[in-house]
Design a protein around this ligand. Sequence first.
Ligand SMILES: *Cc1c(COP(=O)(O)O)cnc(C)c1O
Length: 362
Amino acid sequence: MTKRSYNFNAGPAALPLEVLKQAQEQFVDYNGIGMSIMEVSHRSKEYEQINDETQQLMSELLGLPAGYKVLFITGGASTQFTMIPMNLLTAGKTGSYIMTGAWAEKAYQEAQLVGEVSISASSREGGLLNMPAIADIKAPSNSAYVHITSNETISGTQFNDFPNTGEIPLIADMSSDILSRQIDASKFAMIYAGAQKNLGPSGVTVVIVREDLLKNEPKNLPTMLRYSTHLKNNSLYNTPPVYSVYMVNLVLKWIKANGGLAGIEAKNREKTALIYNTIDNSNGFYEGMVEKADRSLMNITFKLQSEELEKQFLKEAAASSFVGLAGHRSIGHLRASTYNAVPYESCKALAEFMQQFQSKLS
Ligand SMILES: *Cc1c(COP(=O)(O)O)cnc(C)c1O
């Protein structure tokens, strides 16, 4: 059997082993058609079935009410930073952003290129190491939307709760925590996520949109950058990233088989408790980087007392098959990304490794 690493990569990230094996089985001959799914038309009944079923699974897992549509778009979450203001930020309106970290900042900067924007709450004062209080989120009444980043992948903060924005549509970048916990999806007018953290490989961005949101779209938008193009064509306007959507399909079935969002959330809480408890019980040897109340279930950021010690930690971790534990280049230190597909066993092994590393040095 091939040895699998303890994969804590931030993105692209771990995929469930069961899913990889299933994909491997179907790689050369998909369901007896004598070809791989990559080799057939995206208009074929095989792909159409994957396309429809994947939308259906996403809708079922999130418990979407009627009126929502699941779209598969290319260009990553980064293209959504642009498409959102292009489609929704009409004259006289402001795009309200909640400034929580590097990804929120990027979304905000893109919107600034398109129209008027404002910051309706921020965690800049706290060094982007906490989330603003929900009660402090106050969007101007002429907001076209309020945009939040549910999980800040780089700093490791996550919203525990979401604002109630009333008539103003709430939009969330859930790239790094979609389907990781139970949420009330009906609070959101739009949810989007690049697939490569919690949903599958890179190449597809899932956009979940409440259809009424799109009724005022500007008429002069380029075709591919209009949500209505993808909506009207069932995400088949042009050639979709067939293999990525196929992999997302398998991952969603895996989530469903593992107890849906309730089951996945319970598992994620158990997994992260192993590592956070190790940090908290280390008498300051390890230090969590963000405020406890806003700690992410997906990206655990922590540090040691010196850069030198962190280098040694990473070196020894690598020698023990741990991958992806260096912090993002912009903030350094250490980060363990514990997405849905990261097994409990990997988290347990990491907690034990951390404890051994500490006891060896003290
Ligand atoms: C990774 C990430 C992105 C960027 O996604 P791309 O698909 O690479 O454009 C955006 N937002 C968040 C929260 C992310 O974690």
